[in-house]
Design a protein around this ligand. Structure first.
Ligand SMILES: Nc1nc2c(c(=O)[nH]1)N[C@H]1C(S)=C(S)[C@@H](COP(=O)(O)OP(=O)(O)OC[C@H]3O[C@@H](n4cnc5c(N)ncnc54)[C@H](O)[C@@H]3O)O[C@H]1N2
Ligand code: MOO
Ligand SMILES: [Mg+2]
Length: 430
């Protein structure tokens, strides 16, 4: 008898998967390898930045009081008693009508409370002594970068679970972290199934196709921040597949297979799950593409049975695997970022299931516009290259028209969202 599968709502399916959140682990990496990872500790400022009052300009450090009375007609002359570049400290005391030639970044000498820019001064030599004259009165505090003006000691700067972007790297360097504690990348195994599959280096044969899913999914795994481990492609042979899946599970945190999850004679994933004692969390989701997406669990380990159809496989990964990866980094916003956009083209095909249309979003006069990027079948491979978002079209009996407001989920974004699945309602109005 043909198995009848009961589709569940996308949000329900995501929830079921999220109960199996992968147990995070940490590791220490050198700072120059920290970019793109997720921080595993809070970082607090153990010092002020800057740590001392410093000059923001090249010029002269003076006591502002000595500039009193200086104006266009009358200049005040200072004796230049020293010179300091960034990294050096003037260790004398600056006295009345004395100035120290100072460079950007150098510490303000004791006694000085202002810096005058080189451009508003005139320098001259007399009797072997350097002088500077000034035709402007300056206030105390002029051109001083104060200790702690950027960051104050004790401030929590970056928190556990935060994505390490170049700015975070700068902070880590500033506060002396040559090694950074980050969350370990979960290892995600990938197996492609199907007797029709050829590897990319093989010549096409009649009736066969090249395996694009495995490589696409490995790239998606890396984009999500995890590490991919490829176990190759398997022909549709049940015994062989059972052994391969069992073996792979020993070496990975999570296992993804592509293909073989529907009801075809050679769709062996349901039988494989049964044979290895994995509990199926769901095997039909009310979505297109990717309705056959199946997720199973065995001893706390998740097995993703993604569809063989490339677009369905891609969508299944982004909705159900990506958030688990981000949870392994204790990232508080593990799901795809949700935004509102204007539909940039008609989408006339109705469907009872929620659609995830591969789309290009761009800014159009300050407003996000989402345009479907091509051939929309689940089997499509061409509509993935231009996709930086999914347009989420709730199921219904009518299509959608250009100009309507739609929900989009962003694929290339690092911010993510906490839970994008609430209130995605049917709306035929713009
Ligand atoms: N009678 C039914 N037939 C199908 C149903 C259904 O409900 N009843 N569902 C359809 C839907 S929806 C999808 S999606 C596919 C899912 O198929 P499977 O996940 O079982 O995948 P396969 O049968 O192995 O392959 C489907 C398709 O994808 C190609 N493929 C497979 N692996 C790769 C790969 N690594 N790289 C590129 N392309 C791949 C494969 O050649 C097939 O063309 O089932 C529908 N059928
Ligand atoms: O699982 Mo299918 O993608 O709905 O065409
Ligand atoms: Mg099939």
């Amino acid at each position: 008898m043909i198995e009848q599968r009961k589709p569940i709502a996308v949000a329900e399916a995501v929830q079921r998967v999220m109960h199996y959140a992968y147990q995070e682990k940490i590791e220490i990496v050198p700072l120059h390898q920290a970019y793109g990872r997720f921080l595993a500790e809070d970082i607090a400022a153990d010092q002020d930045v800057p740590a001392f009052n410093r000059s923001p300009y090249d010029g002269y450090a003076i006591r502002s009081i000595d500039s009193e009375g200086a104006n266009a007609e009358q200049s005040v002359v200072f004796q230049v008693v020293g010179e300091i570049g960034a990294g050096y400290v003037y260790d004398g005391i600056v006295d009345e009508r004395q100035a120290v030639r100072i460079m950007t970044g150098a510490m303000i000498p004791q006694g000085c409370d202002a810096v005058v820019m080189l451009e508003i001064t005139q320098s001259f030599e007399q009797d072997g002594q350097s002088y500077m004259s000034l035709k402007r009165q300056v206030q105390a505090g002029t051109n001083i970068s104060y200790k702690g003006e950027d960051i104050q000691k004790g401030a929590i700067l970056i928190t556990k679970g935060q994505y390490i972007n170049p700015g975070v790297v700068a902070l880590l360097a500033t506060f002396g972290y040559p090694q950074v504690t980050v969350f370990k990348k979960p290892i995600i195994g990938v197996i492609a199934t199907g007797s029709e599959l050829l590897e990319p280096d093989e010549a096409l044969q009649v009736g066969k196709i090249r395996n694009s899913n495995a490589y696409m999914v490995m790239a998606q795994i890396e984009r999500a921040g995890a590490a991919a481990k490829y176990f190759g492609q398997l022909s549709d042979n049940l015994e062989l597949c059972i052994e391969a899946v069992k073996d792979a599970l020993q070496e990975v945190d999570i296992l993804i297979t592509t293909g073989g999850v529907s009801v075809g004679d050679y769709d062996y994933l349901p039988a494989i799950y049964k044979a290895i004692g994995a509990e199926v969390l769901f095997n039909k989701v009310a979505m297109r593409p990717g309705s056959v997406t199946t997720v199973a669990a065995r001893n706390g380990q998740l097995l993703y049975g993604l569809s063989g159809n490339p677009s369905a496989c891609y969508v299944g990964f982004e909705l159900f695997t990506r958030p688990i990866i981000r949870t392994a980094f204790q990232n508080p916003q593990p799901h795809l970022r949700r935004e509102q956009a204007r539909l940039g083209a008609d989408f006339p095909k109705p469907n009872p299931f929620t659609r995830f249309v591969r789309a290009t979003v761009s800014f159009d006069n300050g407003q996000l516009t989402a345009v479907p990027c091509g051939f929309d079948k689940s089997s499509a491979v061409s509509s993935l290259e231009g996709a930086n978002a999914f347009i989420v079209l709730p199921g219904g009996s009518r299509g959608y028209e250009k100009g309507m407001q739609v929900v989009v989920l962003l694929l290339e974004d690092m911010q993510g969202s906490e839970w994008p699945w609430d209130k995605i309602e049917k709306s035929y109005k713009s």
